[in-house]
Design a protein around this ligand. Structure first.
Ligand SMILES: [Cu+2]
Length: 232
Protein backbone atom coordinates (compact mmCIF):
# COMPACT_ATOMS: atom_id res chain seq x y z
CA UNK A 1 0.00 0.00 0.00
CA UNK A 2 1.60 3.14 -1.08
CA UNK A 3 -1.05 5.84 -0.83
CA UNK A 4 -0.26 8.61 1.66
CA UNK A 5 -2.99 9.41 4.15
CA UNK A 6 -4.12 12.90 5.25
CA UNK A 7 -2.28 14.47 2.31
CA UNK A 8 -2.65 18.29 2.40
CA UNK A 9 -5.00 19.56 -0.33
CA UNK A 10 -2.94 22.68 -0.83
CA UNK A 11 0.11 20.64 -1.85
CA UNK A 12 -1.91 18.41 -4.13
CA UNK A 13 -3.57 21.41 -5.79
CA UNK A 14 -0.27 23.24 -6.15
CA UNK A 15 1.10 20.35 -8.17
CA UNK A 16 -2.04 19.80 -10.24
CA UNK A 17 -2.30 23.51 -11.04
CA UNK A 18 1.32 23.65 -12.09
CA UNK A 19 0.75 20.93 -14.68
CA UNK A 20 -2.77 21.98 -15.67
CA UNK A 21 -3.36 25.72 -15.23
CA UNK A 22 -7.12 25.41 -15.63
CA UNK A 23 -7.32 23.29 -12.48
CA UNK A 24 -7.41 24.80 -8.98
CA UNK A 25 -6.83 28.39 -10.12
CA UNK A 26 -4.94 30.37 -7.51
CA UNK A 27 -3.04 27.36 -6.16
CA UNK A 28 0.46 28.74 -6.48
CA UNK A 29 1.99 30.54 -9.44
CA UNK A 30 1.58 27.72 -11.92
CA UNK A 31 3.90 26.95 -14.76
CA UNK A 32 5.64 29.96 -16.30
CA UNK A 33 7.34 28.27 -19.26
CA UNK A 34 5.11 25.92 -21.28
CA UNK A 35 6.48 22.51 -22.18
CA UNK A 36 8.74 22.80 -25.20
CA UNK A 37 9.73 26.44 -24.64
CA UNK A 38 13.05 27.79 -23.30
CA UNK A 39 13.14 27.60 -19.53
CA UNK A 40 10.57 24.80 -19.34
CA UNK A 41 13.11 22.10 -18.55
CA UNK A 42 14.72 23.97 -15.69
CA UNK A 43 11.32 24.99 -14.37
CA UNK A 44 10.22 21.34 -14.40
CA UNK A 45 13.28 20.33 -12.38
CA UNK A 46 13.05 23.23 -9.95
CA UNK A 47 9.30 22.95 -9.36
CA UNK A 48 9.55 19.30 -8.44
CA UNK A 49 12.63 19.83 -6.26
CA UNK A 50 10.82 22.59 -4.38
CA UNK A 51 7.68 20.49 -4.21
CA UNK A 52 9.54 17.63 -2.58
CA UNK A 53 11.02 20.01 -0.01
CA UNK A 54 7.51 21.26 0.85
CA UNK A 55 6.26 17.68 0.98
CA UNK A 56 8.96 16.61 3.41
CA UNK A 57 8.31 19.56 5.69
CA UNK A 58 4.88 18.07 6.24
CA UNK A 59 5.47 14.34 5.77
CA UNK A 60 8.48 13.97 8.03
CA UNK A 61 6.45 15.13 11.02
CA UNK A 62 3.70 12.56 10.46
CA UNK A 63 3.64 9.50 12.73
CA UNK A 64 3.21 7.21 9.71
CA UNK A 65 6.12 8.71 7.76
CA UNK A 66 8.01 5.93 5.99
CA UNK A 67 11.28 7.30 4.63
CA UNK A 68 12.18 4.08 2.85
CA UNK A 69 8.93 4.20 0.88
CA UNK A 70 9.65 7.71 -0.39
CA UNK A 71 13.41 7.32 -0.88
CA UNK A 72 14.67 8.43 -4.30
CA UNK A 73 15.49 5.81 -6.86
CA UNK A 74 18.95 6.12 -8.35
CA UNK A 75 18.06 4.21 -11.49
CA UNK A 76 14.96 3.04 -13.28
CA UNK A 77 14.03 -0.10 -11.30
CA UNK A 78 14.61 -3.35 -13.17
CA UNK A 79 11.01 -4.46 -12.77
CA UNK A 80 9.91 -1.45 -14.83
CA UNK A 81 12.34 -2.26 -17.63
CA UNK A 82 10.00 -4.61 -19.45
CA UNK A 83 8.31 -4.16 -22.80
CA UNK A 84 4.91 -4.69 -21.21
CA UNK A 85 5.44 -1.55 -19.15
CA UNK A 86 6.56 0.42 -22.21
CA UNK A 87 10.32 0.18 -21.80
CA UNK A 88 12.15 0.55 -25.11
CA UNK A 89 15.70 0.73 -26.43
CA UNK A 90 15.13 4.46 -26.77
CA UNK A 91 14.45 4.85 -23.05
CA UNK A 92 17.41 2.59 -22.27
CA UNK A 93 19.60 4.92 -24.34
CA UNK A 94 18.08 7.93 -22.57
CA UNK A 95 19.05 6.46 -19.21
CA UNK A 96 22.58 5.78 -20.43
CA UNK A 97 22.90 9.40 -21.53
CA UNK A 98 21.53 10.65 -18.19
CA UNK A 99 24.01 8.52 -16.27
CA UNK A 100 27.01 9.28 -18.45
CA UNK A 101 26.20 12.86 -19.50
CA UNK A 102 27.36 11.80 -22.95
CA UNK A 103 26.49 13.51 -25.16
CA UNK A 104 26.70 16.27 -22.56
CA UNK A 105 23.72 18.45 -21.68
CA UNK A 106 24.74 22.07 -22.13
CA UNK A 107 22.60 23.32 -19.28
CA UNK A 108 20.04 22.17 -16.75
CA UNK A 109 17.23 23.44 -18.96
CA UNK A 110 18.21 21.02 -21.70
CA UNK A 111 18.57 18.21 -19.16
CA UNK A 112 15.17 18.91 -17.65
CA UNK A 113 13.44 19.06 -21.03
CA UNK A 114 15.08 15.79 -22.03
CA UNK A 115 13.81 14.06 -18.90
CA UNK A 116 10.34 15.61 -18.89
CA UNK A 117 9.53 15.00 -22.54
CA UNK A 118 11.07 11.53 -22.54
CA UNK A 119 11.25 9.12 -19.63
CA UNK A 120 9.06 11.24 -17.36
CA UNK A 121 6.08 11.96 -19.62
CA UNK A 122 6.22 8.93 -21.83
CA UNK A 123 7.30 6.15 -19.55
CA UNK A 124 7.96 6.20 -15.85
CA UNK A 125 4.69 7.40 -14.30
CA UNK A 126 2.65 5.04 -16.47
CA UNK A 127 5.04 2.15 -16.00
CA UNK A 128 5.01 2.51 -12.20
CA UNK A 129 1.21 2.80 -12.18
CA UNK A 130 0.97 -0.41 -14.17
CA UNK A 131 3.68 -2.55 -12.56
CA UNK A 132 2.91 -1.57 -8.96
CA UNK A 133 -0.84 -1.55 -9.59
CA UNK A 134 -1.12 2.02 -8.33
CA UNK A 135 -3.18 3.85 -10.99
CA UNK A 136 -2.95 7.23 -9.30
CA UNK A 137 0.77 7.44 -10.13
CA UNK A 138 -0.28 7.96 -13.74
CA UNK A 139 -2.47 10.97 -12.92
CA UNK A 140 -2.01 14.56 -11.81
CA UNK A 141 -2.75 13.33 -8.30
CA UNK A 142 0.40 11.25 -8.34
CA UNK A 143 1.85 13.05 -5.26
CA UNK A 144 -0.61 11.00 -3.21
CA UNK A 145 1.54 7.95 -3.88
CA UNK A 146 4.90 7.20 -2.31
CA UNK A 147 6.10 6.22 -5.80
CA UNK A 148 5.93 9.88 -6.84
CA UNK A 149 8.84 10.69 -4.51
CA UNK A 150 10.89 7.77 -5.80
CA UNK A 151 10.26 8.86 -9.40
CA UNK A 152 10.95 12.54 -8.79
CA UNK A 153 13.79 11.60 -6.47
CA UNK A 154 15.33 9.87 -9.48
CA UNK A 155 14.71 12.90 -11.70
CA UNK A 156 16.33 15.10 -9.08
CA UNK A 157 19.18 12.66 -8.61
CA UNK A 158 19.97 12.87 -12.34
CA UNK A 159 19.95 16.64 -11.98
CA UNK A 160 22.23 16.48 -8.93
CA UNK A 161 24.69 14.29 -10.84
CA UNK A 162 24.73 16.85 -13.62
CA UNK A 163 25.16 19.70 -11.12
CA UNK A 164 28.15 17.93 -9.62
CA UNK A 165 29.82 17.79 -13.02
CA UNK A 166 28.86 21.34 -13.95
CA UNK A 167 29.30 23.03 -10.63
CA UNK A 168 30.93 26.13 -12.12
CA UNK A 169 27.92 26.53 -14.43
CA UNK A 170 25.39 26.41 -11.67
CA UNK A 171 24.41 29.62 -10.01
CA UNK A 172 21.84 29.12 -7.33
CA UNK A 173 18.67 31.07 -6.93
CA UNK A 174 19.80 32.11 -3.46
CA UNK A 175 22.98 33.52 -4.90
CA UNK A 176 21.13 35.51 -7.56
CA UNK A 177 18.58 36.71 -5.04
CA UNK A 178 21.37 37.92 -2.80
CA UNK A 179 22.79 39.89 -5.70
CA UNK A 180 19.43 41.37 -6.62
CA UNK A 181 18.89 42.37 -3.03
CA UNK A 182 22.32 43.87 -2.68
CA UNK A 183 22.57 45.72 -5.94
CA UNK A 184 18.97 46.41 -6.80
CA UNK A 185 18.92 45.20 -10.38
CA UNK A 186 20.65 42.97 -12.85
CA UNK A 187 20.42 42.80 -16.60
CA UNK A 188 22.04 40.18 -18.74
CA UNK A 189 23.32 40.57 -22.26
CA UNK A 190 25.17 38.24 -24.57
CA UNK A 191 28.53 39.43 -23.37
CA UNK A 192 28.00 38.99 -19.69
CA UNK A 193 26.16 40.53 -16.83
CA UNK A 194 25.67 44.19 -16.16
CA UNK A 195 24.62 45.30 -12.73
CA UNK A 196 22.48 48.43 -12.86
CA UNK A 197 21.57 49.75 -9.41
CA UNK A 198 19.47 52.63 -10.70
CA UNK A 199 21.30 53.35 -13.90
CA UNK A 200 23.30 51.75 -16.66
CA UNK A 201 26.54 51.50 -14.71
CA UNK A 202 28.33 48.26 -15.54
CA UNK A 203 29.94 46.58 -12.56
CA UNK A 204 31.71 43.28 -12.43
CA UNK A 205 30.77 41.74 -9.08
CA UNK A 206 32.47 38.41 -9.68
CA UNK A 207 35.95 39.68 -10.35
CA UNK A 208 38.33 38.20 -12.91
CA UNK A 209 36.68 34.80 -13.06
CA UNK A 210 33.48 36.46 -14.21
CA UNK A 211 35.03 37.34 -17.53
CA UNK A 212 35.38 33.64 -18.27
CA UNK A 213 31.62 33.11 -18.21
CA UNK A 214 30.52 31.25 -21.29
CA UNK A 215 27.36 31.83 -23.26
CA UNK A 216 25.91 28.67 -21.68
CA UNK A 217 26.56 29.93 -18.19
CA UNK A 218 25.01 33.26 -19.00
CA UNK A 219 21.91 31.61 -20.43
CA UNK A 220 21.55 29.56 -17.26
CA UNK A 221 21.73 32.78 -15.24
CA UNK A 222 19.22 34.45 -17.53
CA UNK A 223 16.71 31.70 -16.87
CA UNK A 224 17.24 31.98 -13.13
CA UNK A 225 16.77 35.73 -13.32
CA UNK A 226 13.55 35.44 -15.30
CA UNK A 227 12.22 33.04 -12.71
CA UNK A 228 13.07 35.35 -9.86
CA UNK A 229 11.65 38.38 -11.59
CA UNK A 230 8.45 36.46 -12.20
CA UNK A 231 8.34 35.51 -8.54
CA UNK A 232 9.15 31.83 -8.92
CU1 LIG B 1 4.65 16.73 -11.55
Amino acid sequence: MALIQNFPDELLDLHHHWHQPSEHPGSGPGRVHPLGTPGAGLEFLQFHRDFMVSFHKWYDTQPFADQVAVAPWHKVPDELKVAGAGWTTGFANDEIRLNSNSPAFVNADELGAFIERGIHNQFIHGAAAFIYNEPIVGTFHSPLSTYFYQIHGLVDWWWQQWETIHLPNVISRDFIQAILKTLGGVTVDGGGIVITPGGPKPVDPWGPSFSTLTRDRVSAIEIDLQRIQQGR
